[in-house]
Design a protein around this ligand. Structure first.
Ligand code: HEM
Length: 259
């Protein structure tokens, strides 16, 4: 049968082989969900930080309120649910990585111990960060002081997590996501614990201001400040987070010291 050049180009250069075992399928589905949701989440975070916040500051109050009331409910919906999906898919993937390392160590139960330590350390770190981001007077209201303190908490927690996960069978991915995933967890808790709780009140007040001409309550600037601080923390944490995500499978720089 004659084969024309087009058919030849299409079908003879590449062969398709789809790994069909359950783990490969689960992993590729999780990775894909993780990327789509992570891109949506960080895309909106960068939009807030690079575009929306600086432009909104320059707008006249009435106009700004109308834009805020129109855009924010939809933006916040995608923002917070993209965060949940990113972290859930990432967590499930991380459990597969931990399970593999624990099985290689000949002790499958280790997976739960590692996961437990990981959660505990990052939740404790978040409790401190949450406290630091409360409205305060004096030095704790200074952005640079807060940045230094949050930076210190994050570095100290990363160091602790690495020490707790150090095991001869610990893979680079396991250690790298131990830090990057922790940063993602902190970011998610910031979104739900600070940003969304404050934004939903700000949205209601702004809608009332637009519809009925009501004045914003006196606590509005304090809430807006908290949203700003939490959003700055997330913005800056996203850069090391992406480094550790990318390094997990492509830049093997972490391994446990074996004596
Ligand atoms: C803002 C949040 C996050 C974003 C944008 C993000 C992004 C990414 C990206 C781009 C990769 C692909 C790396 C590569 O293949 O080069 C990745 C991989 C991964 N992420 Fe995340 N991630 C986030 C949060 C998390 C969280 C909270 C966890 C869970 C603990 C997590 C666990 C993982 C795992 C297990 C991998 C696969 C690593 C590997 O294949 O070795 N991620 N992430």
């Amino acid at each position: 049968m004659p084969v024309n050049a087009f058919t030849y180009l299409l079908f003879s250069q590449v062969s398709f082989h789809f790994p069909a075992d359950a783990t490969s399928l689960e992993q590729i589905v999780l990775r894909w969900i993780h990327f789509v949701a992570g891109t949506t989440w960080l895309g909106l975070l960068y939009y807030f930080n690079f575009v929306s916040t600086p432009v909104m500051k320059r707008l006249e109050t009435d106009f700004r309120n109308r834009i805020f009331a129109a855009f924010m409910p939809r933006l916040m919906w995608y923002f917070r649910w993209a965060g949940v999906l990113t972290v859930l898919a990432g967590l499930r993937y991380y459990m597969i990585i931990l399970k593999l390392a624990a099985t290689n160590a000949g002790e499958p139960g280790l997976m739960w111990r590692w996961l437990g330590w990981w959660f505990l350390m990052w939740l404790l770190a978040y409790a401190i960060i949450y406290f630091l981001l409360q409205p305060a007077e004096g030095a704790l209201n200074n952005g640079w002081v807060l940045a230094l303190l949050v930076g210190f908490i994050v570095v100290a927690t990363s160091w602790l997590v690495l020490s707790l996960l150090a095991h001869p069978m610990a893979s680079n991915a396991m250690l790298s996501i131990g830090i990057g995933g922790g940063l993602g967890l902190i970011m998610l808790l910031n979104v739900w614990g600070i940003v969304w709780r404050a934004q939903k009140r700000l949205i209601l007040w702004t809608e009332a201001a637009v519809r009925e001409g009501k004045l914003m309550p006196p606590e509005a600037p304090r809430l807006a400040r908290r949203v700003y601080l939490a959003s700055q923390v997330n913005f800056w944490l996203s850069f090391p987070l992406l480094f550790f995500m990318g390094a997990s499978d492509h830049y093997p720089f972490l391994s446990a010291i074996v004596d």
